[in-house]
Structure formats: C-alpha cells, structure tokens
Ligand binder design. Sequence first.
Ligand SMILES: *Cc1c(COP(=O)(O)O)cnc(C)c1O
Length: 815
Amino acid sequence: MLTNKLLEEKNRFEHLFLQTANIMFGRDMEDLTNENLYQALANTIRQYISENWIRTNKYYSEHKEKQIYYFSIEFLLGRLLNNNILNLDIGAICRSAMSDLGIDLDNLFDEEPDAGLGNGGLGRLAACFIDSMASLGIAGHGCSIRYQYGLFEQKIINNNQVEIPDNWLKNGFAWEYRKAEKEILVPFGGNAYMKEMPDGNLKLIYENYTTVSAVPYDVPIVGYHNGIVNTLRLWNAEVSQDFAQSGVLTHEQLQEKLKFQYRLKAITSCLYPDDSSNKGKLLRLTQEYFLVSAGIQSIVRHYKKSNLSLLDFPQKVAIHINDTHPAMAVAELMRILIDSEKLSWEKAWDITMRTMAYTNHTIMPEALETWPIDMFRPHLPRIYMIIEEINRRFLESVRRRYPGNEDIIHTFSILQDGLVHMARLAIVGSHSVNGVAKIHSDILKNYSMKQFSDYYPNKFNNKTNGITHRRWLIASNPKLTSLIDELISPKWKTAPNMLIDLLKHVDDPSALKKLTDVKQFYKNELAQLIKTKYNIIIDPLSIFDVQVKRIHSYKRQLMNILHLMHLYNKLCQNPHLDIFPRTFIFGGKAAPGYHIAKETIRLINTVAAIVNSDENVNQKLKIVFLENYGISLAEKLFPAANVSEQISTAGKEASGTGNMKFMMNGAITLGTLDGANVEIHDEVGDDNCVIFGLNADEILSYYQNGHYSAWDEYNSNPDIHCVIDQLLSGPFTSNGDFHSLYNYFFGSNDEYFIFKDFPAYCAAHEIIEKKYIDTLNWQRSSLINIAHSGIFSSDRTIKEYADDIWGMNMIKLPS
Ligand SMILES: *Cc1c(COP(=O)(O)O)cnc(C)c1O
C-alpha cells in the first residue's frame, strides 16, 4: 500500500512514463515491444536523474568543491536500470506504476544490454568506485572510452569458446548524453623539437600533427538516496568538425578523407579483450593517449572557468590513474601546463606531482606495461620529449642518492632497453602509489618495487579493494537484504559495517533457518536457469561450488578440473562412495589469443559432458560451465553459491573482488592465502573459511632456490600421475586429447604449483564436505561471513582513498 504522498508520486511517474513512451514511439502502448518499454522506462528515469544532476553540478561549481577524476581504460558497469531505480529510491512507485499498466518490471531489466566496457576485476572495481563516490557524497567522476564494441560475448560450441562481437550500442545506450559542444582535439604524430631563436632562447616547435576529435558522452552516476549525481565521461573518437568543413573536394580528396575518418573512428571501436597484456599494439597506445589527452584537457578547461590560479590546481583537482594504462596523464598534464599555460617546468612538475595518484594492480611481470620507444616516439613526439625530461631530472636525483652505482640507477629508469616503462612513469609522477590488498602492497614494497619504495618511503600505501554492497547485495539479493533488515534494522545499508550486528543471531536457529531458506531460493532459481538454458538437471540440494572469473593459469581453474577428474575416477572405482552431492559451476572468458586458457575451457566442458551423462555418478557429481560470464550472470550466481573457489597461487592475485561478492552473499571461501583472501581469513577466522596450500613466502623461495620439479611431484603422487596421464588418453580424450595442457605443465615446470598444492586442495574439499553436512555450523559460518563482509564494501575503500590520498570531503546536498 502506498501512502498519499507516494500515490501522488506514482501518478506523476506513470504520467511521465506514458508521455515519454508516446514521444519516443508514437504508437499505442499495446503495440510496444518489451525493448520499447524498456527504452521508455529508462528515458523516464533519465528525467528524474537530470534534475538531480543539474543540482549537483551547480552545487559543485558554486562551492568550488574539489573534484576527483578517476581515469580507467575500463569501466565494467553492467546494467544500470535496476541500480538507478534503487539509488534514486523510486522502486516502490516505479513498480506500482508499471503494474498499473500491466507491465512486469522484472521482464524489462533483461532488455538492457550489459555495458561490458571492461574485461574483469579491474574494470568492475572502477564501476564500484564511482558508485561509492556518488553514494558517499564525494565529487568524483570516471573518465574512460566509449567503446563501440565491449568485451566479446562468449559461446561454447563443441566444448570450445567462440567469441561473438558485442554490439551493445545497436539499440542505443539509454543512459548517455552526447556533449558535442564539449569536443576536445587530441594531437597525434608530427614533429616536436626545440628550436633556437635569434635571441638565443629555445622555443618548442610542435607541427604537422593530426588531430582527432574527442566527443564526450556523459553517463550520470546516481548516489544512493542522497540526491547526488556524478559523471562518468566516456570519450568517442570522431572526425573533427574543422576537418569536416574543408570545402569542395576532388574525388581523390574525398576518398582520402573517408579513409582517414575510418581510421580515426577505429580508435574507440573496441575494447582489448586481454586483461593482462597487449604487447606493443599501436592502436592500444593510441587509445590510451586519446583517453588521457581528452580527459586532462577537459579537466583543465573546466578548472579555468573557476578563475582560480593554476597554482591552486592540486587543492581543487585530484586525478587517479587506475593501473598504468592512463599513466601518460602525468606527461599530458605537464604538456598542457607548460605548452598551453606557459608555466615553468618546476611549477608544472610541482602541480602534477601533487595532483596525481596511481594504483598498481599486478606484480605479474608479463602484465607490466612497456612500449617500444621506436613506436612511442614517432606517434607521440611531444609526450616522449616530456617523458625524456622527466626521466633525466629524476635520474639526476637518483644518482645523487646512489653515486656511481649505475646498476641500481638502471632499475629506476623510465626509459630502459628501448622501452618506456609505464609503471615507473606513474610512480615518479604521483604523490601516492597504492596496492589493492595488504599482501599485494607488501609484495610491492618489499619485492617487486622495492627500489622505488626505498627511494620514496612515504609514497607507498595499501588500499584494500571493495565492492559496492548496493549492487552486489541490495540489488542482486533482495531476499537476503530483507532478512538482514528484519534481523538488524535497515540502517546497515548506509553503514555496511553494521552488518556485524548479525553476530547477535549466530545461535538463533530461526534466523539461521531463514538464511538457509533464502540461499535455497536462489539455488532453486539457478537450477531452473541451468535446466532451461543447458538442459542439465542439477540437484538444488547439492553443494553449489562456484569458480567464476577470467580464465588464467595463475587462477588455477586447471587445479579445480583436475580435482574433479580425480573425484570422477574415485567414483568410477567405487560407485557407492559416500559423498555428499556436489555441483561444480564454472564461468569465465579466456582472452582470444590465450591458448592454454582456451584449452582449459575445452577440458572443463569435455569433463562436464562425460560426468553429467554417466548414470553411475551423476546423482552425486555434476559439472556446469556457464557461458558468457559477465555482470548480469554474476548477479544471479553469488546469491546461489555455497562455496567460493579462490584458489590462485599465493602471491599472484593482487586482491580479487569476486571473493568479496561471494562472502557478502554468505558463501564460504575455499582458498589460498592470496590477495584479499588473507583479509577475509583475518575477519572470519579458521573456522569460517577453508584455507589450503603453499603461502606466498614458500612460493617465493621455490622461485628463488629453483628446487621445484613438476616431474618429481608427478612421479611421487599417483593421483596426479593418473589425472595428468588422462590428458593424453582415457575417458576424456575421445574428441581429441589435451597434449598442449600436458606439455604446458612440464614445459613450464608447473609454474603455478598445481601439482604441489593438489593434495592440500583435495583435502580442503573433504573439509568443505564435512562442514556442509554439519548443517547448523555451516549456516553459522555463512552468517558470520555476511556479518564480517561490511569492511569489503567499496564505501570503506573509497573513504580511505578520499582521506589518505585525494583529500576529499563528503558533501551533503541541501534538501
Ligand atoms: C567481480 C568480477 C570479476 C572479478 O573477479 P575475481 O574473482 O576477483 O577475478 C570479474 N568479472 C566479473 C563479471 C565480476 O563481476
């Protein structure tokens, strides 16, 4: 039942919706498709957002509030309709207006394409962060690229991954606002050099470059119940208007022009589908500079409207570099301050350093970004010049610190062995460098970036990642949300640390029973989805054990599937083996050129098909690979998971955020002491998660002493021997063997210690089974995990960034 006030608002909403549908489609309601209705609803909600957006921007400029700009080459947003409704607090009126019109709101959600402008964790983190900034009242904005094609859609055909282009814009993107008048020109190529003037002074000449027009498409980012709307600015490459109006053209000139336009548009045409390396791709470098230059230029232009001195820039602007892809922001801000604003090098450098901060996301050497100088310099000559000068001055001061020690000085150089080292540029140009979980930040400080942390002891710090509890709990798990409201009051929604109050109920059988019912509800839903989509029947009462994330060797999906092959072998030998029914669920995309990852997918699907159709075992064991893991699928999975597989080789996963989403939805972590698993374990203790395997120090000493031998492990462990041999022949090879996986293990000397951790992993699964059978204790553990998940809200993370790095306040808009 709606109160009078809500009734009035509902009527206003309904009226606006009908009017919007009418304007957009000019057809009778009955003739509108679900897609039409979705568009009409999104556009209705846009009007609510616009009012708040205008108010927010007015407030920011009137109060000259400091702004933080979060630069990221990826923002993995997912769908926005449900979240916008939630954050605007119009769920009740929207639902009731729709039902008046005979429209099922839930049906419309599925009409929205996932905005898949990211690969995985890094892009999703950026999306969680802007949600938290808006919800906390921090004037923070995202800055990225409007890729015409997002991350590919994955299909599994004959057990193999097939990639289908993600044409997500084909029906338009309902949440974007094109701002043609805010175009920025970005220069590429040409010549840059210093020329001696008649008066003996040096003057910069930058000429013959090509300009690309960057047009912003702004996406409003709605804060939770606070009236604030921030901006995610996505840049699109277009042909600059100057160029378009170049008068009468000959046929040849026209052809040239069309070719050129085509090349320019390619800059923002697609997201690179590899989340760890894009070695030496010129188009990627072009994308990075395009983002950085458009973003920095527009920030400076906006700042100058305030009439404040550029010397005060760092008091009013903070810029964050998410991983090294936007690291050229350092050089670009220098370029603008020196070339356009005519500041001295020293002043420009002081401003730049105090403005920039950088987050490192990986210590995997193959993922550390470098560019060949031979490619970089001709493409971005002025930026290269600036980087050379930054490096020259930096190395001068390093030399003063380590006189005569050229070996050490080498390891600091931004330009080394013909490469531009982007992480080094980001470190030198920023006042803060952070890792994304305690263990990761420690490894950076003491190991992979030790020389820099010794040199700049105060720059390095930790900011453990987080996830927005609004999307990953309130929006995607409404039943758990209601139960928590009932158990501890709804105040936790704006203070997720209050989830700890759930501990009052650890010994409350009725609360635990309700928690189990909620989990069972979502398990039933998932079982239904799997039946409908894949025609696989899974037992909804079995243990749902889930590993979903990008497919990577270091994440060790291979260890998971080898364990299942082992379990299958055991069941075949003894069909009466008493095991509790288990459903193992996988999901994740492989980079298209990553052969081992794709073979891993083929192996999982192959084993799944054999196991699922074997009548002797398939009451106890089922394996499902879900296609096209992305945000929308993830939202359905976490509420249904019992076990969260977080089994990366210790020291390799910087943080992980999937682990936090599982925990917040009451799954028990089965994991290594890696990334944020360490902090999850610190929170819930040994009794409420299952930790196994080598720790990061042990892995490190194996790498250092070279005493690991995959052959020895294989020869001394019959279980491993057996499953590894089954890659070449046996029950799983009738449609082709897996010799490349076999060769990979021995060729790389089992680089991620799967053989070594295998026995501990099998034992960990037995512990999980025992725990699950002890129903009451499992439910307790589940509740304890949810209770402790508050610190993994990205609100906590963003508060730390705002306090320690950006110097931002939290704003309350006047109502
Ligand atoms: C959270 C998330 C990730 C990151 O998962 P990890 O387990 O931390 O690697 C990747 N993809 C999607 C769609 C996600 O929601």
